[in-house]
Write a protein of this length. Structure first.
Length: 75
């Protein structure tokens, strides 16, 4: 399952980010999006893009195209 398939308010654990470009994956990891980290899907913008997530106490917004490349498992 990918990040975009979660419902608002649902928690999940990151399982795979290997589909991302290496430099982009590194930037996300610096911001706290690490493999096995628990995230909370907060909400999507009115038109569906971007999404807002919370990870390790930090709120992040990301494009839907990026979120489709992050695999998660529901917590």
């Amino acid at each position: 399952m990918v990040l975009t398939q979660l419902s608002p308010g649902q928690s999940a654990r990151i399982t795979n980010m290997n589909q991302l470009e290496r430099s982009l994956r590194r930037k996300l990891m610096v911001m706290g999006l690490l493999p096995q980290a628990e995230i909370l899907y907060l909400r999507a913008a009115p038109l569906g893009d971007p999404l807002q997530i919370q990870c390790q106490g930090i709120c992040l917004s990301m494009q839907k195209s990026l979120a489709r490349q992050i695999e998660v498992e529901p917590a």
